[in-house]
Write a protein that binds this ligand. Sequence first.
Ligand code: SAM
Ligand code: SF4
Length: 328
Amino acid sequence: MQDGFGRKIDYLRISVTDRCNFRCQYCMSENMTFMPKSELLTLEEITLIAERFIGHGIRKIRLTGGEPLVRRDMSDVIQRLGRKVESGDLEELTLTTNGSLLREYADHLAQHHVARINVSMDTLDPDRFSEITRGARVEQVLDGISAAKEAGIQVKINMVALRDFNQADLLPMAEYCAEQGHDLTVIETMPLGDTGSDRKLEHISAEEFIAPLANNYEIKPIAHRSSGPAKYAAVDPLGLRLGMITPLSNNFCDGCNRLRLTTDGKIFMCLGHNAHVDLRGAVRNEGIEAVDRLLQKALKLKPLRHEFNAQLDGSAEKLERHMNVTGG
Ligand code: SAM
Ligand code: SF4
């Protein structure tokens, strides 16, 4: 698959639920409301749509949300899509999770060909963790990460960079990740949905955020690439691979290879635009073949780049959609 700008599209992110057991301050508002269950794609719909996408050239799928592991039939979703890896139709099935339910799910994930996962954790400090997630316990996440490691799953930690909040937590986080053998990726906040906080004030560029690490370690850019947009550096002599996702400070849209399927069956071609096509309605009315037609439409609609900087400074229309609906 190619979009209108000649970019190869082979990566699909599926948000399997908009619900979550955390309320991270940069992701959701305190009083978030969620979709009625009838709006969600069913297990059968997710499987059929994913198969159709694979037929069109999708090679990698990441399951996300909301918190994907709170979906009731999540073990079936994992099992069904894991079969696509087993058969060689899919190169990779991955997951982004807040880690809280990994103790329960780690073996099941490993058994069904999920070899790598991303776990979001913005600080190791129990009080600050509880503050940023509005009430969750970092100990539970750390235990979940250990369970994933014990099951043989490779873990990458995602840390959202928040000005005046967690910059001092980067050093202990880097040391923890190096010791445990996890990669660490710093992500700049994106202005998605109203969360009750000032997006402009919370923003800090990844470069500024990681700068204090240089007081203790040497940071050298390296050529390593993953299937996502992170650029990497080696932190020596710690032996840590540090990724940076810089949607605002250093645009990476030229290399975008992704489509996103939302909880309610819409294809979004870009996290930062409202353009989308409604697959669920078409599939429920016309059958699964509707995917082929709508996918072509979606590829033509994929914009060249997001407008997060303009949305942040108020010169472009704000995005109402929160991150948990489209999936991070
Ligand atoms: N619940 C899972 C988790 O937290 O990993 C998966 C969904 S979450 C929306 C996916 C990723 O998006 C997480 O790493 C989270 O930190 C990040 N995220 C959420 N809101 C964000 C925002 N406004 N800007 C940047 N990253 C955000
Ligand atoms: Fe939940 Fe993930 Fe959003 Fe946090 S970032 S509220 S864990 S969906």
